[in-house]
Ligand binder design. Structure first.
Ligand code: NIG
Ligand code: FE
Length: 424
């Protein structure tokens, strides 16, 4: 049978295959390794997966790629990013080293609202250009799909501007993007002390505008979801406001996410699980009884150790407890100008293995198949399985564990998105 492309001679073909669900428990330690593996690809999709002799015997192609004994694995899915914003906050880095905390800087008008001012002031072209550079770096580090949040506009027009830039970036560069509306990221200065009124504005005005945008967007046309997210945190939004916004969002057909328990646990976790959120993210201070609820749900736990590392904290989310209790765990960068200026999924894996004691196998499943489910894309991407999109990486090593074992080095040699080679 004819294929468009055959990738063969992969020393380890790491599939991360999972039958129509994210991985849990012991399955997290299984990466689905095939020695001397091969993949046949047609129309951007995976046609067959197996050992090289078998695939080369059954399929033919004018385009054959010899992986030279290297590792081939799924493209990384970054399930939590704030990759679209203007400016940076390198001054806050000095402040934190001098002893100020993230929440103190935020309460003093820095933090998210500082990036909001720059993002509001930026033209769509400027915002596009700055964000494109970030996505290009992420791509070279192996990210082939990324969820991207708004949340630096915090008024209807500026939030829509961010969504349109996300849509334009999705259309014009290789990383596939999944949009998330995070109008409830921070209380904008004009609503200081009036968080309830701001949430009412988000519900009454922004949500319908976003629903309208999404209905006509290329995301909807391509069957991709749009999420609504909220920062449930001291100094941001309460558990009650989280319930209000997420319930209103679900009624309009949005899928749900929430930032929970990053610094102070407020109860958002239970609410988001109860409302069927696709993911809840951070979970640094989540109570054990809420992890048990998570384990009994379809909600994916997205853990973000780059934030703890960046803030110089030695406290990390209890990723092991999440896996042991049977919840689905994903890892993400959270790339943003404050809590995690980090484009690198491999670095996140390296941190998770050292400080959360994940095995490289668990970390790899957490940034591929489970991250795909956390992004509402689990049936299309995140593993090397027949029928899935051919988003693959060739790593310049012969054992996938090098991804987490080495750090500060880019091991990604070639990137294939929908069966097309993007570099080299
Ligand atoms: O996930 N916590 C809220 N949002 C981001 C930080 C965004 C920022 O600092 O600009 C986070 O940590
Ligand atoms: Fe975040």
């Amino acid at each position: 049978m004819q294929a468009d492309l055959i990738i063969y001679n992969a020393g380890q073909l790491v599939t991360c295959a999972s039958q129509h669900a994210p991985k849990r428990g012991a399955a997290m330690r299984e990466v689905g390794k095939i020695a001397d593996g091969a993949v046949a690809i047609k129309n951007g999709q995976i046609l067959a997966v197996g050992a090289s002799p078998e695939i080369l015997g059954q399929y033919d192609s004018t385009d054959k790629y010899d992986a030279g004994g290297r590792v081939v694995c799924p493209g990384f899915v970054d399930a939590h990013t704030h990759a679209v914003y203007a400016g940076e906050r390198v001054d806050e880095f000095d402040m934190r080293i001098a002893g100020k905390t993230y929440l103190e800087i935020m309460q003093a008008g820095g933090g998210i609202n500082s990036t909001m001012r720059k993002t509001r002031a930026a033209s769509p072209e400027q915002l596009y250009k700055e964000s494109l550079a970030r996505l290009q770096t992420m791509l070279m580090l192996g990210t082939t799909t990324a969820e991207v949040k708004t949340g630096y506009g915090l008024d209807t027009d500026s939030e829509l501007k961010m969504l349109r830039v996300i849509e334009e970036l999705d259309r014009t560069q290789p990383i596939e993007l999944i949009p998330t509306f995070l109008g409830a990221h921070s209380i904008p200065p004009e609503f200081a002390g009036r968080a309830n009124e701001y949430i009412e504005l988000v519900i009454a005005q922004m949500l319908p505008a976003v629903a309208n945008w999404y209905a006509q967007s290329s995301f909807k046309a391509h069957g991709k979801p749009c999420f609504v997210d909220i920062f449930c945190e001291q100094g941001a939004f309460s558990a009650e406001q989280t319930r209000q916004l997420l319930e209103a969002s679900a009624k309009l057909g949005f899928k749900l996410k929430a930032h929970v328990d990053e610094f102070v646990p407020l109860g958002g976790t239970s609410i988001a699980i109860e409302l069927g959120a696709t993911s809840i993210d951070h979970l640094d201070f989540t109570h054990a009884n809420e992890i048990a609820k998570l384990a009994n749900s379809e909600t994916v736990a997205v853990v973000i150790p780059a934030v703890n590392f960046n803030l110089g904290s030695n406290h990390f989310a209890n990723a092991h407890e999440i896996i042991n209790q049977g919840a689905a765990l994903a890892l993400a960068t959270d790339i943003n100008p404050g809590s995690a200026p980090c484009p690198s999924i491999p670095l996140v894996m390296a941190i998770a293995c050292r400080y959360q004691r994940l095995l490289p196998s668990e970390a790899l499943n957490a940034v591929t198949i489970n991250a795909a489910y956390a992004s509402g894309m689990g049936e299309r991407i995140g593993s090397i399985e027949v029928g899935k999109q051919a988003d693959l990486l060739v790593l310049d090593v012969s054992d996938y564990r090098h991804l987490a074992y080495q750090f500060g080095v880019n091991l990604v040699k070639h990137i294939f998105k929908k069966g097309k080679r993007l570099n080299g």
